[in-house]
Design a protein. Structure first.
Length: 128
């Protein structure tokens, strides 16, 4: 099975040393199997408190493999948003992550299962 793509809820849990997210990410980092979506990188960096924290976050994020969306992922994310945002409250960043996971046939690892459950075909690995 391909490595899961971690969403920001899991990464933030790791940054805040909250188990089980911290344990889950530590295992993936140890195995050199920790993967982030470009959207997750941006979401984490948007939480920087100041320049020093921005540097720390960039250093932290450098440990991960990062996958970037394709133009097809962007197009599919728009379709997913149109289909599911009103009924399920899924936002565009999660739609883009879901579209990339569908293309790569890999699961998304998340604490917020609700955000991805609406998208048919997305395999979800729940981190409690």
């Amino acid at each position: 099975m391909p490595n899961p793509i971690l969403d920001s809820s899991v990464v933030i849990g790791h940054l805040n040393d909250r188990a089980p997210a911290a344990d889950y990410v530590d295992e993936l980092l140890f195995a050199n199997a920790a993967v982030l979506h470009g959207v997750t990188v941006v979401e984490v960096l948007c939480g920087a408190r100041d320049k020093k924290n921005m540097r720390e976050l960039r250093r932290y994020l450098a440990q991960f493999h990062v996958v970037l969306p394709t133009s097809e992922d962007f197009a599919r994310s728009v379709d997913l948003l149109a289909l599911h945002t009103l009924s399920h409250g899924i936002g565009w960043p999660d739609c883009l992550i879901a579209a990339t996971c569908l293309r790569l046939r890999c699961p998304v690892a998340t604490i917020n299962v609700k955000h991805f459950r609406a998208v048919p075909g997305v395999e979800i690995e729940r981190v409690k």
